[in-house]
Write a protein that binds this ligand. Structure first.
Ligand SMILES: [Zn+2]
Length: 160
């Protein structure tokens, strides 16, 4: 099997430019969803790890990746979902965290179901005195929170 390094870099750039449809300020690269892009004689294989198992955005991301690679001249694109190891918020890049904050979404600060029950920080004033008002916010991947400090509502990413 022959790999093509120049093509691989170009394919990665094309795939990495795909944004999360839920959060258009964030690319799937910054989100840590894009894991691997391999170019071989047979085509391109892209490996992505979903942020949230029930997230409908994954289908959109999968289609966008194929489209982006096709636009960059790559045919025969296969997108594989890799569920293990599971995505964690640690995979969000520093740039991604900044973008999330500017977008008004609290980046998940801790991983795991236990720590998730701990405080969610308000992206507006930084207060930890917040509460969940709706388990499904603007999309099924986010929950709606409201801050008791400043009274502002905000979206919070649900981690698994
Ligand atoms: Zn606040």
């Amino acid at each position: 099997m022959v790999t093509h390094h120049a093509d691989a870099a170009r394919a990665w750039s094309a795939a990495a430019a795909v944004v999360d449809p839920e959060v258009p300020v964030l690319s799937i690269d910054d989100l840590g969803v894009l894991r691997e892009v391999t170019v071989t004689d047979d085509g391109v294989e892209v490996v992505i790890t979903p942020t949230y198992s029930g997230c409908p955005a994954m289908d959109a991301i999968r289609e966008d990746v194929v489209r982006a690679l096709a636009a960059a001249g790559f045919g025969d694109v296969r997108v594989r979902l890799e569920l293990s190891p599971a995505w964690t918020t640690d995979w969000i890049s520093a740039k991604g965290r900044t973008a999330l904050k500017e977008f008004g979404i609290a980046p998940p600060s801790a991983t795991g179901p236990v720590s998730l029950r701990l405080s969610v920080k308000c992206p507006h004033c930084g207060s930890l005195d917040t509460r969940e008002v709706a388990h499904f916010g603007s999309t099924s991947c986010k929950a709606l929170f409201v801050c008791r400090g400043c009274g502002e509502p905000f979206d919070h990413f649900k981690a698994i």
